[in-house]
Design a protein around this ligand. Sequence first.
Ligand code: NAD
Ligand code: FES
Length: 295
Amino acid sequence: MYRILKAEKVADKIFLMVVEAPRVAEYCQPGQFLIVRNDEKGERIPLTICDYDRERKTVTIVFQIVGASTLMMSMLKAGDCFHDVVGPLGLASEFITDPIEEVRKRRYLFVAGGVGAAPVYPQVKWMHENGIDCDVIVGAKTKDLILLEEEMSRVAGNLYITTDDGSYKRKGMVTQVIQDLYDEGKRYDVCVAIGPMIMMKFVCLLTEKLGLPTIVSMNPIMVDGTGMCGACRVSVGGKTKFACVDGPEFDGHQIDWTQAMERQQLYRTEEGRAMLAAQEGATHHGGCGQCGGDR
Ligand code: NAD
Ligand code: FES
């Protein structure tokens, strides 16, 4: 059992929890994720790791209520336990394994949209701990949905906050801020963009024009999280990749966004899942016969 030490509502339908998970806390790196289950028969819920404390053996997760399982999660309080916390899963961000001298030479721009601020934070924190100042854009629909502003301001070189409705700081979407920074003469070597798929797609369309290589973190439907079921497939540069083991981070300019967004929509209905099963044959998730598949 994995005890929840802190449970806090940070915005409408968005919750932050600090959870005792010694193994994940010891080995996780920025870019990786974990899977939690509320109880033995519960749905596996993949969540990006927002922070970790190796000494206290805790991880911090931030999640949004999007369905029954996350609604149940939101009702848990400090002192309650998760049945499982599995991880760390997926690959760490590329800069973790690149030679640090190379990473130090690059100018990074991080772009976080909405709940995407949670996975961006540990990456910017890692940069800060390694003496690298990065520019960070955090965007949300409105002031109350800006997450981790204080934490981010402690680790970012420059922090640009924007709201779609202009209720706080700049007005406009994150893409507008990227364009503004370029118009002001700023230049970067790498952009890391994490948020809703539509945001990552539009950031990539813009950065392609600007000639700015861009990494995105994909969060498609996941089931087992171990590369066995095929649920999380993403087409990258014409090749099928599984976000849970080959990602979740990929070259955003190589992603087939149309397919990724269609797949996310189709998975929402039984009819759509049946269509995917027909299209994908034995490689469709559920092909292993073990995980319960779409049922
Ligand atoms: P949101 O819809 O409030 O969007 C956040 C910001 O993204 C906006 O303020 C805007 O600046 C930008 N954005 C949105 N649409 C855009 C567009 N068309 N062009 C340019 N910029 C745009 O975000 P939310 O409600 O927090 O998003 C929730 C979604 O994010 C969920 O579907 C969740 O699964 C996903 N998510 C993804 C990750 C990940 O790892 N990629 C992590 C957490 C959440
Ligand atoms: Fe990635 Fe099953 S969740 S292969």
